[in-house]
Design a protein around this ligand. Structure first.
Ligand code: UDP
Ligand code: MG
Length: 319
């Protein structure tokens, strides 16, 4: 099979038929063999009914229904598990992403040798308020920096194409769908490209991701990913380092407090209480913090040693 199209959706009843017809037209025009996997992320409208009707008419339509709303990442994860096409395309269900881009995206994977091609919505501000576009710019700049993937402008674009092996080797969890290129890179798929894609305003319904809190969460996720990819298998390296640093500062402070006291006693000059020195408090907090960080490091190592992924390495080839 040439292509699997994976579509995560949450309450998109008005768009599904049109989206399917559009995908079908593009596929037929290019005579691709394909399947469309809709993942209904716990919709409460008639989305599932529409999908059931579609499946009755078209055998290439497949669907998964979550019992409740889990989020876009879990939806993609399950769609990826089911996908069988050589190239896997993801797109949003709201008709913002154009299926007309599919042939070129596929070509970039098959002929140009990319592992992943991400869409880049050039004039994405169409229909989006400023409160969404400014954070998006900030977000992409940070993601580029942290992930080291310098050529991507639009990490969060729903329209992406993957070589099948990529989707079978990454684990999209939580809200990490924003960082799939980063996940792919961490799994050793470094040929990551970008294609400018046409993009239109949402036709029906409202965006499911609004407001600033998605950016706070987005940044926290990025921090987690960075931490996991850098220290995930060696937590003691970060906690131990910080712990040692704190402990040293504490230790020096103890020397200062104790030393001053000792000098005063030897010279028999009047000496204030140790608690009147700021170093006393610095010593106290730093030594406690240092010890705590060490304990956290040991616990982190304990957890990572017992995790089922502790020996999970991505193997590129094997005989
Ligand atoms: N979506 C989903 N689960 C959710 C939220 C959204 O499957 O919990 C789907 C949604 O139906 C759409 C895609 O993810 O197909 C992108 O969502 P949306 O268009 O609301 O995001 P935006 O384009 O505004 O970033
Ligand atoms: Mg959208």
């Amino acid at each position: 099979m040439d292509i699997s199209v994976v579509v995560p959706l949450f309450n998109e009843e008005e768009s599904l038929r049109e989206l399917h017809a559009w995908i079908k037209r593009v596929m037929d025009e290019n005579s691709f063999t394909y399947e469309v996997i809709f993942v209904d992320d716990g919709s409460t409208d008639a989305s599932w009914k529409v999908l059931c009707d579609l499946q009755k008419e078209f055998s290439e339509v497949h669907a998964i229904r979550f019992r409740r709303n889990y989020g876009k990442s879990p939806a993609l994860y399950c769609g990826f598990a089911k996908a069988e096409g050589e190239v896997v395309i993801t797109m949003d269900a709201d008709l913002q992403d154009s299926p007309d881009e599919i042939p070129e995206l596929r070509r970039m994977i098959v002929e140009d040798g990319y592992d992943l091609v991400s869409g880049y919505k050039m004039n994405r501000s169409k229909g989006d308020p400023l409160s969404k576009t400014i954070p998006t710019k900030l977000f992409n700049a940070t993601a580029r920096k942290v992930s080291g993937i310098k050529n991507l402008h639009d990490f969060n674009c729903g329209l992406k194409a993957y070589r099948k092996i990529v989707v079978k080797n990454i684990e999209v969890f939580g809200e990490m769908h924003r960082y799939i290129p980063y996940l792919a890179k961490e799994a050793g798929f470094s040929r990551i490209g970008e294609k400018m894609v046409h993009h239109q305003a949402r036709k029906h319904g409202k965006s499911k991701f609004m407001g600033w809190n998605r950016f706070v969460n987005g940044y926290l996720d990025l921090l987690t990913l960075w931490f996991l990819s850098t220290f995930g298998k060696k937590p003691m390296h970060v906690f131990g380092f910080l712990g040692t640093l704190m402990f040293l500062i504490g230790f020096v402070s103890v020397l200062v407090v104790g030393g001053t006291k000792l000098v005063c006693i030897c010279r028999d000059i009047p000496h204030p209480l140790v608690t009147s020195s700021p170093y006393f408090y610095i010593a106290l907090t730093m030594m406690i913090l240092g010890t705590q960080l060490f304990v956290a490091g040991f616990l982190g190592d304990l957890v990572s040693r017992n995790s089922k992924d502790r020996n999970k390495y991505h193997i590129a080839e094997e005989f």
